[in-house]
Write a protein that binds this ligand. Structure first.
Ligand code: IPE
Ligand code: IPE
Ligand code: MG
Length: 239
């Protein structure tokens, strides 16, 4: 595949995240059931994540299931669980074979046992992998993550913490800072995603529904990122 010439492979973000949104609307537009949107969406996760790693991005975080998504009809939630299990057990093997390490943020132990077991197994099987990291948000909510961190801090008997110590209690403790968040489908909100980590992230809100966000769109998004001037509070032009 020809890579867009405007993309500078020397200036890629290290850690990007996707809030995958619009699976349902994608399906509705085609008069398909929402489940077909989720199915297409998972295929897009595979192709887009693969392309991100092929380009040289080190960490990709994906918001796949939020703590609020339990509010959806049981049938939809169950279908999502089925899809997750199939992907984590089977389809993602391709990534694991490329030395990709799977990490998960969120309390996946609340999922049905067979799914929770396959997640735990994939994490264990890839824990020593030294390649790119795929970090999945599964039953993830940023507010839950922050409260969980505070509770662990209390249990550890800490009297006060620094930013660095607090960060070390988050699911993302071993990950580099979050450079870039992409939310598809035109919704302009974070929906409880990586609130702490997003402190200095760049944002992009493409109108496309997630199943349509393929390799070319990723390259375009990365080109947009490369045009941003990240100042981090200073006044210097970024290089
Ligand atoms: C994102 O697509 C997938 C998940 C949240 C799991 P949606 O299912 O939210 O799609 P829309 O927003 O209804 O179109
Ligand atoms: C955010 O999408 C959650 C995930 C992508 C997993 P939603 O579609 O659930 O978010 P809201 O409800 O529109 O805020
Ligand atoms: Mg949505």
């Amino acid at each position: 595949m020809k890579i867009n010439k405007k993309l500078n492979l020397e200036k890629l973000p290290t850690h990007i995240a996707f809030i995958i949104d619009g699976n349902g609307r994608w399906a509705k537009k085609r008069e398909l059931p929402r489940s077909m949107g989720h199915k297409a969406g998972m295929q897009t996760v595979m192709t887009t994540v693969q392309h991100a790693f092929d380009l040289g991005i080190k960490v990709v975080s994906i918001y796949a299931f939020s703590t609020e998504n339990w509010n959806r009809p049981k049938k939809e939630v169950d279908y999502l669980f089925e899809l997750f299990e199939q992907y984590i057990k089977t389809d993602m093997q391709k990534l694991y074979d490329q030395n990709v390490k799977l990490m998960v943020m969120g309390d996946y132990t609340k999922f049905p046992k067979s799914l929770a077991d396959s997640i735990a197994k994939a994490i264990e099987d890839t824990k020593d992998h030294t390649g790119p990291i795929l970090n999945l948000g599964l039953n993830y909510g940023s507010q839950d993550e922050i409260v969980r961190a505070v509770n662990h801090i209390i249990q550890d008997g800490q009297q006060s913490v620094t930013k660095e110590i607090f960060t070390s209690y988050l699911y993302t403790k071993d990950l580099p800072p979050l450079d870039f968040i992409i939310r598809t489908s035109g919704e302009l909100r974070l929906s409880n995603f990586m609130l702490w980590q997003a402190a200095y992230s760049e944002f992009l809100f493409p109108k496309l529904h997630w199943p349509d966000f393929k390799e070319k769109q990723l390259e375009k998004a990365l080109i947009a990122f490369q045009k941003r001037n990240r100042r981090f509070g200073a006044i210097k032009e970024s290089k």
